[in-house]
Structure formats: structure tokens, C-alpha cells
Design a protein around this ligand. Sequence first.
Ligand code: UP6
Length: 369
Amino acid sequence: QARASFAHRANDVSHPLSNYLLRLMELKKSNLCLGADVASARELVHLADKIGPSIVVLKTHYDLVAGWDYNPQTGTGAKLGALARKHGFLIFEDRKFGDIGSTVQMQYTAGSARIIDWAHIVNVNMVPGKAAVDALAEAAAKWRSRVNYEVKTSVTVGTPLADNYEENAVDEEDDRLAPMEPSSSGNYAARQQESRKGSIVSITTVTQSFEPVDSPRFSNGNHDGHDVVYAGIEEPPWDRGLLILAQMSSKGNFMNKEYTQACVEAAREHKDFVMGFISQESLNSDPADTFLHMTPGCQLPPEGESEENGVVEGDGLGQQYNTPSKLVGLCGTDIIIVGRGILNAGDQQAEAERYRRRAWKAYMQRTGR
Ligand code: UP6
């Protein structure tokens, strides 16, 4: 399977976002993900626009970004969504959820960040067990049915909430995760309007804040929903995906073979939601496995220096680095995740292109093309 092309694998995957991503990779000739660990939201948005043409995935850690704007219509998530459409990439929030099912559902769908609304992909740390995957899958399924309802009925969801909505919110019935239903008495917007008059119930707060990254309103600043800017690819499907953290790049981590195998089993149980793994090698061992592999801990030696056995010196804080040719060519991973290798370069755009070319070349060689 390591020799199969991304285009070929696109036909085999069951997850719509994996299919989209694999086609995007062929189209942009890129299997590069930028790990955008930058200090401010302003810098993040600027970087996403600048490096967008070279990448297929933008990886965020929203909780290390100062000044993250939570406004669902105009905030940082919305801005990244517009750039994702403009340049053709998916947004991956590297949240590494790692708690009991009920808590991870809330962390995924609620709070100030409402990650599910702007991140196409998230990941889970499987330490608490498989229930976390079940819980995230359930949350995503409910999100999907709500979005599908919105798409079908073209409901325009309203104005920003009143400043005091949180204090007013009543906890009568927590349907944060409930699918949106059409109201028998008038359309949904009207129902919202109605409930806004009184004290705001949670479905209202959720729905008003609900602003998926794929919403037509975010398409390149125009609101007609048909202005895809990246030539040759349609808008991403209205879907959400999960990566399971099955192996880590850090020195001395505790993820042993049995642990990694349990991650593979959890993935096989949720093919409709799990796109693949964060891993250091390909974990597709069964002929039916069609998972994608994204790999952090990747750097190149400085231009002109030779790649000694594919290993580059670590960062002194436990991070270990391998080169794109080792990871993609030998270990069989699909997408390399590069943070400081690109971020610390004098010319970030040129460096991103250097990584893109190297990783793509390794893929071409692996597949014998
Ligand atoms: N990351 C790893 N190793 C893992 C999992 N995730 O480094 O096993 C993430 C880090 C960081 C990025 O959280 O955001 O990948 C790597 O950044 P770097 O390229 O600057 O080392």
C-alpha cells in the first residue's frame, strides 16, 4: 500500500475529508503540514496566508496563541477558514484531547473556542481509553446533522449574542450536542429570534455561535458561497475528522507497541470519523486499512548539508527530528508536520517550498513515480 499513489488511495478511503485531502495533495503536489506554533493570532493569520500555497494542512495550537478572537463570524477561526478556502488546506487543531468522554465532548464543541466549528481535524490522546474516541465521534455526528440541516434549509443564523448572554443562559436542557430540528412553527431563524427575547437557552447560544468554517459566509469574504478561489478543487466537504495520537516524536515517550496497536484498533472501529494517525511510521497493516499518517518531529539539515541517516539534531527539550525522505520514503508516512524548521527560517516561504519539494520527492520515489 505504501506504493499506492495518493490519487489511487483517494478512491479507497471511506472518510470524505480524507478523500478531499488526498486529492488536494495530488493537486498541490504537497504533503506538507505547517505546525503554526506562533505567539499571536495576527501572526498566525498572516502566516496562514503566506504559507498557504505550499501546504495541505495548517496545524494550530489555539491555546498558545495570544489574542485569539473567539467571534464566530469575524474571529480567528473564521479568518483561518477563509484562508483555508482561498489556498486549499485543511485546519487541524492539535488539541490532543485526553480526558473522559463527557469532558472531551465539551472541550470539542463548547467553551470559548468551539473548536468543532472551525477545525476540520482534531486529534485525541488515547490514554483515557477508547471511550474518548466514541465521545468525539458522537459529537461530530451531531455537528454534521446540524450542518446538513443548515445547508438544506439555508437558514441564516443570526446576529452576535448579547454581551451578557452567558449570565442569562439557562441550563434547562442542555442540547448543545443535539441535532438541529426544523421548527413546526415557522423557520429556525424566527424561532431563534423568539427565544432571544426571553432569557437565552443553550440551543440559542450554540446556534448563534455556530459558524462552521465551511460556511458560505466565510468564502473569501463574499457571501454567495460559490467563490472558491483555489483553482481546481471544490470546497471541503462539510465534515469533521479525527487523528489518533498513536506514536510520539519525543524522546522516551511511553507509547509502546501495544499502545499503538490499541490505537489502530480504535481507528478501525470508527472509520467514519477517524482519518488516520499522528505517528512516526505507517500503521496500515491490514489490506483493508486506508488510514492517513501525519508525522511531526521533522526537519531538514541546512541547505547544502548532507542528510546523515535521516536524523537531524533535536531541540534540547526532548523533540527528535527526522528528515522528510526518511519519514515519507522509509517509514511510509504521508504528511510531514514541520514547525520550527520553517518558522525560524529567514525566508519562511522559501523554506516551506524546500520542505514541500523534499517531502513530495520522497513520496514520488516511494511510489515509484
Ligand atoms: N507534536 C510533536 N510530536 C508529537 C506530536 N505532536 O512535535 O509526537 C507537535 C508539537 C508541535 C509540532 O505540539 O506543535 O508537532 C512540532 O513542532 P516543531 O516542528 O517545531 O518541533
